[in-house]
Design a protein around this ligand. Structure first.
Ligand SMILES: Nc1ncnc2c1ncn2[C@@H]1O[C@H](COP(=O)(O)OP(=O)(O)OP(=O)(O)O)[C@@H](O)[C@H]1O
Length: 381
């Protein structure tokens, strides 16, 4: 990678207002991307991510502010800026009149890569992206996943300093998604600066160094994924699937759980698909790493003992890990300010007191997607 002082990308008070629009698509956005950094630009539909990438890659002109790529101002010197960057756009813009190999060679020629070097690189990239066998066939035969792989290979042909990827895994099958994430990781390891938009933020969480969350054209926050997750209301999550007693009110059960010591927030969540049926019932404790750690602290058989204690002398109402019918079942997420192990007993006691059945319990940690929902809300755009 060419070494240069200063940020790989610098965006200062960037504004874009499309003709006849009543609001700005990008509304005073500022952020920088350090050399070698992988930066995730996340936001709901219509937040202004593609517009920002369009300006940075010289496809669109900004209405105001400044944007530099590789130290070059994209409005003053778009040709100079293009020498530093490559883009994988959201929509297929391959040249259908050319074969896949020709697409790569044409792109290299545009960027002044000498022909023998370009041919060598194209051969290597077609292999790395699993496209070698179809490299000289008509491009119409390419699936969406193949086209996406080819567009990423094309972006790599002139070994850019900064790579922009606009939703690189959108609408792809799991195999192609895995391949693409691993190729992006390789580029990162080679020192390329990467700006990435995606809705698959939990997939991207392990790849990005920092995340900027945008909505309505404005930056809501920018930080490392770890700090963003740590900054959430609670540090751990307890997901409960509960069947309240027939005479009880579901919202009152949630309100009571919210009052437990160590609970910062309690919210109703949609039941996972299939959970309403018999298949989801009575699976008991589904534990992630944090959950296993919490239970390890309690010692073996802890849940059984807790359940026995909660059952009391047999006349008391019971709360059990049960496979009760799906009717009336609710899912509640507790954001905790304490070790999940401290909440297991009180939760079970509370449910026992209300004659509620505990159908499932899962201890986890908040994800980047939880941070995103917290900041941008639940309403679809
Ligand atoms: N060519 C255009 N003309 C007018 N308005 C546009 C145009 N392109 C985008 N917009 C509007 O600008 C806003 C930002 O759109 P943009 O595509 O940048 O969002 P996005 O965050 O990339 O969304 P998505 O996740 O759906 O791709 C939206 O309100 C969109 O409707």
């Amino acid at each position: 990678m060419p070494s240069r002082d200063g940020p790989a990308v610098e965006v200062v008070d960037l504004v874009k207002c499309y003709p006849r629009a009543t609001t700005n698509a990008v509304d005073g956005l500022s952020f920088t991307v350090a050399p070698g950094e992988t930066f995730g630009l996340f936001g709901p539909n219509g937040a202004g991510k593609s517009t920002t990438i369009g300006i940075l890659t010289t496809r669109l002109r900004a209405t105001g502010g400044r944007a530099l790529v590789g130290g070059v101002d994209v409005s003053r010197d778009p040709v100079g800026a293009r020498a530093h960057l490559a883009v994988v756009p959201q929509h297929n813009n391959l040249d259908r009149a050319l074969t896949p190999r020709q697409n790569l060679l044409y792109h290299a020629a545009y960027h002044g890569v000498p022909r023998p070097e370009a041919e060598e690189r194209a051969k290597e990239l077609l292999e790395r992206f699993g496209l070698a066998e179809r490299a000289d066939r008509r491009i119409e035969a390419y699936s969406g996943g193949m086209a996406q792989r080819l567009m990423i290979a094309r972006a790599w042909m002139h070994e850019p300093e900064v790579l922009f990827l606009d939703e690189p895994t959108n609408a792809l099958d799991p195999q192609t998604r895995l391949l693409i994430w691993s190729r992006i990781r390789e580029m990162r390891e080679r020192g390329v600066s990467i700006v990435l938009t995606t809705h698959a933020m939990n997939d991207a969480a392990n790849l990005v160094d920092r995340v900027g969350i945008v909505d309505h054209g404005k930056l809501l926050t920018v930080d490392t994924p770890q700090n963003l997750v740590r900054g959430l209301a609670g540090q751990a999550i307890l997901d409960l699937t509960v069947t309240p007693a027939a005479r009880d009110d579901a919202d009152e059960v949630v309100a009571a759980l919210r009052e437990l010591d160590g609970v910062r927030k309690a919210e109703r969540r949609p039941l996972p698909v299939g959970a309403a049926g018999a298949a989801g019932a009575g699976r008991g404790a589904g534990l992630g790493p944090a959950g296993r750690a919490a239970l390890a602290k309690l010692g073996p058989g802890a849940l059984a003992k807790l359940a026995a204690r909660a059952r009391g002398n047999g006349n008391a109402p019971t709360a059990t890990l049960s496979a009760a019918g799906a009717q009336g079942r609710i899912r509640v997420r507790l954001h905790l300010a304490t070790d999940p192990a401290n909440l297991l007993g009180p939760t079970l006691s509370l449910l026992t007191g209300r004659s509620a059945a505990l159908n499932d319990i899962h201890i986890g940690e908040p994800s980047l997607e939880d941070v995103f929902i917290e900041l941008t809300g639940r309403d679809p755009r």
